[in-house]
Design a protein around this ligand. Structure first.
Ligand SMILES: C[S@@+](CC[C@H](N)C(=O)[O-])C[C@H]1O[C@@H](n2cnc3c(N)ncnc32)[C@H](O)[C@@H]1O
Length: 293
């Protein structure tokens, strides 16, 4: 498919070799991630830590796909400053400029972590990286997380299921979701990964696998309405450059088409009933007797 004409200034996107992550990396995305952090935290009664652990001196925490580091920075406010924390991402542009001294940020992909990290971390967190990993990369990522955890250490995920919003009954919103599914399919992204994560964790050797699900209401008249709208609109704005570069998937043929869908989605948000969206927190433990080399 030929690229559709782009008249907007294309947003900055990651350029990590081979990476398929869809959303941009710039000031607008940093702002969206802050809004999203508050929303998902609220959805889980203000919890950002799910396994039964108390982090103390000597513990190390790893945040995979850290983005702007919102999760780590929040965790650092309630954990002793002697706990060492590392956030990594395929893209460094969103990293905080002046983090607390116990937090460092570095560029890595979760499918290829440093050899010297084996059996090191007490907790590995990965939140909302669904739009980043290709289907065959999930078992590789879980294998790497297993390897870098200490025996008895915990991994935790928080993921949304973007494909599930597909039958909203709102024509413009549904078209944008169809575009997300199309761009995801073209990049072999696992949009429904959350449904299969418990099984993939068991296959990777994890035990004590636990999960909590929430239904996020999307639309007018629900709690946090304006923040949810901002988050969702900005997410779809962020997909514009990749969709147009890929030719529009037979759904849009120009930037004007795409912008009309966004405008329509904004109207539908105000005028039509809310719909549901699945969100999961899933956590699991590396067996105590298992070391990895
Ligand atoms: C939606 S953001 C979420 C950021 C952060 N986890 C949060 O919850 O605020 C997804 C992040 O995953 C990163 N990412 C995508 N593929 C990755 C990979 N293979 N390894 C590490 N990070 C990745 C992206 O660059 C992006 O910063």
């Amino acid at each position: 498919m030929d690229p559709a004409p782009i008249t907007h200034a294309p947003r900055d996107h990651q350029e990590y070799p081979g990476a398929q992550y869809i959303l941009p990396t710039d000031g607008l995305e940093r702002k969206r991630l802050a809004v999203q952090h508050a929303l998902v935290k609220r959805m889980f009664e203000d919890r950002i830590l799910f396994p039964p652990i108390h982090l103390a001196k000597g513990d190390k925490v790893l945040d995979s796909g850290t983005g702007s580091g919102t999760w780590l920075l929040d965790l650092a406010t309630s954990v002793d400053a002697s706990v060492e924390m590392i956030g990594f991402d395929i893209e460094s542009r969103l990293f905080p400029v002046d983090p607390p001294r116990n937090i460092t940020f570095r560029v890595n992909s979760v499918v290829d972590l440093p050899a010297e990290w084996s059996n090191t971390f007490t907790l590995v967190n990965q939140r909302l990286v669904v739009l980043g990993l290709e289907i065959p990369q999930w078992p590789l990522a879980l294998g790497e997380m297993f390897r870098v955890l200490r025996p008895g250490g915990w991994v935790q995920f928080l993921e949304m299921v973007p494909e599930h919003v597909g039958e909203t009954g709102r024509p413009n919103t549904d078209q944008l979701i169809a575009l997300m599914q199309a761009v995801g399919k073209a990049r072999n992204i696992y949009l429904g990964c959350a449904y299969n994560l418990p099984k993939m964790l068991a296959d990777a050797g994890f035990v004590d696998i636990q999960q909590e699900w929430r239904i996020q209401k999307i639309g007018k008249g629900v709690e946090e309405d304006s923040a949810q709208k901002e988050n969702m609109m900005e997410l779809f704005r962020g997909m514009k450059t990749p969709v147009l570069k890929a030719g529009g998937f037979g759904i849009v043929s120009s930037e004007a088409d795409y912008d009309a869908l966004l405008e329509g989605m904004g109207r539908e948000w105000e005028e039509m009933p809310a719909t549901d969206h699945d969100v999961a927190a899933i956590w699991a433990r590396k067996p105590s007797e298992s070391g990895t080399v």
